[in-house]
Design a binder for this molecule. Structure first.
Ligand code: MG
Length: 280
């Protein structure tokens, strides 16, 4: 009985600690940061991945969990906390999400068999949490000739809400190599550029191995990612250095073994369809 009471008290203390921390996600002072632009330190511009012309893709296998079949957003919602831009905010958001996993309905539009990023509508994430997975996802970078660099059809597939495979128009659109389509954002440029022109459907097939942590929070095994872009291998079991962040050096911070898959709202109307996943 005493053991049970102690365990209950520990759990209560942990909950209190986490809920106190839940509101402490630091605010980023973007005006101040514009003076030094610290995000440029982690941009890798060369070498530029060579271009490859891709083939075509496939329908879901029988054992896949369908996350989007073209009809509705019933498997998705909008999380209260989305993703961090540096390690400080990543750590705070993991704590905030753990303490308060609240959410509201996903606001993205569904039209013509696709779901479309609603600029300002926020990131959406799966209602189900995942660890090691195989994911298939199709997407279109909308044509917008006035846009360029990271501002041209930016979105992203965030495994566990932390590890981003970049979505971007990278067809004749110069940007830093470790931020182009198929990059593990600011960690690994793609091996080649298999991007189709904006306005055309393209696909990612991704094998994600989640990082594992010991009971004390130390890293036991890093995360690994393999990506095929339109059927072309562009990431070959690359090792993640930690969460994919905009500013600073990534490092591992412990988190639950399973967390939702998140799609980024970066203010561009990127379209998605035929999203399915297999737990590994
Ligand atoms: Mg992105």
């Amino acid at each position: 009985m005493k053991l049970k009471i102690n365990a209950l008290l520990s759990a209560l203390c942990l909950c209190t600690f986490l809920s106190c921390k839940a509101q402490e996600v630091p605010q980023i002072d973007w005006d101040e940061l514009q003076k030094t632009k610290p995000w440029t330190a982690s941009e890798q511009w060369t070498p530029v991945p060579p271009k490859v012309t891709p083939g075509f893709f496939t329908s879901p296998p029988s054992d896949a969990t369908i996350l989007f079949d073209g009809t509705d957003l019933s498997n998705w919602h909008r999380p209260k906390y989305d993703y961090g831009v540096n390690m400080e905010t990543v750590v705070a958001i993991i704590k905030a999400k753990t303490a308060n996993p609240s959410h509201t309905p996903a606001e993205w539009d569904v039209k013509g068999g696709a779901m479309i990023v609603k600029p300002g509508g926020g990131a959406i994430e799966t209602k189900q949490a995942f660890g090691d997975v195989q994911l298939h996802i199709e997407w279109v970078a909308p044509v917008d000739v006035g846009k360029k660099d990271q501002g041209y059809s930016n979105s992203g597939v965030f495994f566990m809400g932390l590890y981003e495979v970049q979505i971007l128009n990278s067809y004749e659109n110069e940007t830093y190599a470790n931020g182009q389509a198929g990059a593990l954002y600011k960690q690994h440029p793609p091996l080649v550029n298999a991007t189709r022109p904006p306005g055309e459907w393209q696909a990612y097939d991704i094998i994600f191995s989640a990082p594992k942590f010991k009971g004390n929070g130390d890293l036991e095994k890093p995360g690994y990612v393999t990506v095929l872009h339109n059927g072309v291998l562009i990431q070959n079991h690359v090792e993640l250095k930690g969460p994919c962040i905009y500013i600073g050096e990534p490092s591992y911070t412990p988190h639950p073994a399973k967390m939702p898959l998140l799609l980024q709202d970066h203010s561009d109307k990127v379209r998605y369809r035929n999203i399915w996943i297999r737990e590994l």
